[in-house]
Design a protein around this ligand. Structure first.
Ligand code: NI
Length: 172
């Protein structure tokens, strides 16, 4: 089983993921494959949708100070949020080459999830991990970060995206 990263505007990225009911070998191997794909592409987060799998699975590793710090989340859900995060830039492995500032991310979130060993856990954070969690959980709901841009910025994105695609075709 080998999965590839799905790229905008693949319709799978628009669908809603289903909750995982049982952590079996398939789920564990999916999480490990997602981790490998994330590292290969130098990403800091990946949702299963991004490899075409409609299950509520997310991997995150901010690699602070160059150290691996992997979090594997099953059925993650934001249960509390507050404030507005200061401006920052986001990117996405499914929208390669495009980065932009999202203005409406929450500052703090509390996320509950199940870990790979089946334990219920929560993360409470108000630093950059909060933004990454919101970005990845958006994926599970079929939402991309570029959907959260203002109308003017969305128009700019579409123009830039066409340009990026042309450059990619020329480079092939
Ligand atoms: Ni993403």
């Amino acid at each position: 089983m080998e999965h590839k990263i799905r790229v905008y505007s693949d319709s799978v990225l628009r669908r809603k993921a289903e909750a995982v009911k049982k952590i079996d070998d398939e789920i564990i191997s999916l999480l490990n494959e997602m981790k490998d794909i994330m590292y290969t592409h130098n990403g800091i987060g990946l949702a299963a949708e991004q490899i075409g799998v409609l299950k509520k699975l997310v991997v995150i590793d901010l690699r602070k100070d160059g150290n691996n710090d992997l979090i594997q989340l099953i059925n993650p859900e934001i249960i509390e949020s507050e404030g507005i995060y200061e401006e920052h830039e986001e990117g996405c492995l499914s929208v390669p080459g495009y980065y932009d500032v999202i203005k409406n991310r929450k500052k703090g979130v509390k996320v509950k999830y199940i870990d790979i060993d089946g334990n219920e856990r929560t993360i409470e954070t108000d630093d950059f991990l909060s933004v990454v969690l919101q970005h990845e959980i958006d994926h599970l709901n079929g939402i991309l970060f570029v959907d959260r841009l203002s109308p003017v910025k969305k128009a700019f994105f579409r123009k830039e995206w066409r340009k990026l695609q042309k450059e990619r075709k020329t480079a092939e």
